[in-house]
Design a binder for this molecule. Structure first.
Ligand SMILES: Nc1ncnc2c1ncn2[C@@H]1O[C@H](COP(=O)(O)OP(=O)(O)OP(=O)(O)O)[C@@H](O)[C@H]1O
Ligand SMILES: [Mg+2]
Length: 467
C-alpha cells in the first residue's frame, strides 16, 4: 500500500530533470487520483522514474482538496471511483477558476469510446488507456505539460503586453490632454488677438468719417454764426421788411432757429468728440503689447474696460443697474504690459457682473435683494468697487463685488485652468488662470481672492514697481 503523498524526489533521474515543458527548469508535479493501489503503484514508479514529482490521492474529494492546497502541473484522473467519480471530480475542478487551467488526463478502459468523449467534453485535455503503456503515458504527459508551459508563458506575455499597452495608453492620454490644453489656450489667445484686431480695425474705419464730421462741424458753426450775424444786421438796418418776408420769418420761427442752431452744432461737436475719444481708447485698449513694458496710466484701461462692459452694468429686467464705486489713488504712469493688464481688468469685472447676476438669477430682484450682503442692515444695491493705491513698493488694485460669493472649495480652485462653475458654452474657465499668469509671471506680482457665500468677493492685485 502506498502513502497518500508519495514524494519522488529521491527517485529523480538527473537526466530527466529538465524534461517537461522545457521552459521552466523546476521539477513538475503530477497528481494521480485513482482508487486502485495497483494502478497507483505502476504510475508512481513510471512517473517518478521519468523525473516527475508524484502526488497520489485515492478518491475525488481528497483529490480536489489536494489540488486546491498544492496545485500540481497535471492531473491523472481515474473514472471509476467510490464517492464521486472521475467525471464529477473533473467537473468540479473545471468550475473552480483556481483549478480549471490545470490539465487533466483521464484514465479509461481501452474500448470505452463513450467515456473518452464524455471526459474530453468535460474539459479533460487527453486520455490514457488501461492497461498502461509506459512510453505512451510519458509521451502524452510530456505533450500536455509542454502545452501547459507554453500556455503559461503565453499568459505571462499577454499580461506583460497588456501592462505595457496600459502604460502606453496612459502616456498617450496624458499627452493628448496636454495638447488639448495647449490648443484651447491658443484658441483663447487667438480669439483675444483677433478681437483686438477687429476693434482696432473698426476704430480705424470710424476715425476717418468722424474726423471730417468734426472738422466740418467747426466750419458749420462758424458759417452759422456768420449767417445769423448777417440776418440780425439786416433786421437792424431794415426793421420793416415786406409782408412776404415777414410771413416766412414767422413760419420758420427765425428767433428760435438763430437761438438753437449754435447750441445744436456745439452739442454735435461734443458728440463727435466723444466718439473720437471712445475710438481712441478702444484703439489703446486693443493694442498688442510689445516685448517691452510701457509707461501707462492704468486708470485709462480701467475706464475703457468699464465702457466696454457698460451694456452689462446697466439695469436689467431682473436687477437694477450695477453701481460702480471708484476710488482711484493718485498713481503716476508706471511700466507694465497695458494690453494684458486690461485683459485682467476685463476678466475680473466680467466675473463680478456674472456673480451679481447669479446672485439674483432667475428671480425677481425685489424678493431676492435681501440675499445680497448688507452693511448696517441697509439693503444694498448691486455694487462693484474699484480701488487703486500706491505705496513705495507696489501698485495695488482692489476689485470687489457684492455678488453671490464662493464656497472655500470653489475659491481654492478658481486659478486652475478650465475650472468653471458656469454652464457649458458660457464660461471657459480660463479667465482667472490667464489673469493669474499675467499678474504673477508677466508682472512679478500677486493675485489674491477673498470670498465667502453671501459676503461677496474681492480680488487684490499687487504689482511691484520698477520691475
Ligand atoms: N467675483 C466672483 N464671484 C464669485 N465667483 C467667482 C468670481 N470670480 C470668479 N468666480 C468663480 O471662479 C470660476 C472661474 O472663473 P474664471 O474667470 O477663470 O472662469 P469663468 O468666468 O467661469 O469662465 P471664462 O473663461 O469665461 O472667464 C467661475 O466659474 C466662478 O465660479
Ligand atoms: Mg471669467
Amino acid at each position: 500500500m502506498l502513502d497518500n503523498n508519495l514524494e519522488a524526489k529521491e527517485n529523480l533521474n538527473p537526466e530527466n530533470t529538465s524534461s517537461g515543458n522545457g521552459l521552466n527548469q523546476e521539477i513538475e508535479t503530477i497528481l494521480v487520483i485513482d482508487d486502485s493501489p495497483t494502478n497507483l503503484e505502476v504510475l508512481y514508479t513510471t512517473l517518478a522514474d521519468a523525473g516527475y514529482e508524484v502526488l497520489v490521492e485515492m478518491d475525488g474529494i481528497s483529490g480536489i482538496e489536494q489540488v486546491e492546497n498544492n496545485p500540481p502541473d497535471l492531473i491523472l484522473l481515474d473514472i471509476m471511483m467510490p464517492k464521486i467519480d472521475g467525471f464529477e471530480t473533473c467537473r468540479r475542478l473545471q468550475t473552480n477558476p483556481l483549478t480549471k487551467d490545470i490539465p487533466i488526463i483521464f484514465m479509461t478502459a481501452l474500448t470505452d469510446t463513450v467515456e473518452k468523449v464524455r471526459g474530453l467534453k468535460l474539459g479533460a485535455v487527453d486520455y490514457i488507456t488501461k492497461p498502461f503503456q509506459q512510453e505512451e503515458v510519458i509521451a502524452r504527459i510530456k505533450v500536455q505539460l509542454k502545452l501547459r508551459g507554453l500556455n503559461l508563458e503565453l499568459d505571462k506575455q499577454k499580461q506583460q503586453l497588456e501592462e505595457r499597452v496600459k502604460e502606453r495608453t496612459a502616456e498617450l492620454s496624458e499627452a493628448l490632454e496636454a495638447l488639448q490644453k495647449m490648443q484651447l489656450q491658443l484658441v483663447q489667445s487667438e480669439k483675444i488677438s483677433s478681437l483686438g484686431q477687429l476693434v482696432a480695425g473698426v476704430a480705424h474705419e470710424v476715425n476717418n468719417p468722424i474726423g471730417f464730421i468734426s472738422t466740418n462741424l467747426y466750419h458749420a458753426d462758424k458759417y452759422a454764426q456768420d449767417l445769423i450775424h448777417v440776418l440780425k444786421l439786416y433786421q437792424q438796418k431794415y426793421p420793416n421788411p415786406d409782408s412776404e418776408i415777414e410771413e416766412v420769418i414767422e413760419t420758420v420761427d427765425l428767433g428760435h432757429i438763430s437761438h438753437d442752431l449754435p447750441k445744436m452744432i456745439s452739442s454735435m461737436r461734443l458728440g463727435s468728440d466723444r466718439v473720437r475719444g471712445i475710438m481712441q481708447s478702444l484703439r489703446n485698449f486693443s493694442r498688442a503689447d510689445g516685448l517691452e513694458k510701457k509707461l501707462v496710466d492704468i486708470h485709462e484701461g480701467m475706464e475703457t474696460t468699464l465702457m466696454i462692459l457698460q451694456h452689462r452694468l446697466k439695469s436689467q429686467t431682473y436687477r437694477p443697474a450695477i453701481q460702480v464705486i471708484k476710488e482711484y489713488g493718485n498713481i503716476p504712469q508706471f511700466a507694465c504690459y497695458p494690453g494684458q493688464l486690461n485683459q485682467v481688468f476685463m476678466n475680473l469685472i466680467a466675473n463680478a457682473i456674472d456673480a451679481i447676476d447669479e446672485g439674483v438669477e432667475g428671480s425677481n430682484w425685489e424678493s431676492e435683494k435681501s440675499k445680497l450682503f448688507t452693511a448696517d442692515n441697509v439693503l444694498s444695491t448691486p455694487l462693484i468697487c474699484i480701488c487703486t493705491s500706491i505705496d513705495r513698493e507696489n501698485v495695488t488694485i482692489h476689485i470687489g463685488d457684492n455678488g453671490k460669493g464662493m464656497e472655500s472649495e470653489i475659491r481654492d480652485r478658481i486659478f486652475q485652468a478650465y475650472y468653471t462653475t458656469k454652464p457649458e458654452g458660457k464660461g471657459t474657465g480660463l479667465g482667472l488662470s490667464m489673469s493669474y499668469q499675467i499678474i504673477t509671471e508677466k508682472h512679478g506680482g500677486t493675485l489674491e481672492c477673498i470670498s465667502s457665500p453671501g459676503k461677496g468677493t474681492e480680488f487684490i492685485i499687487k504689482i511691484p514697481l520698477g520691475k
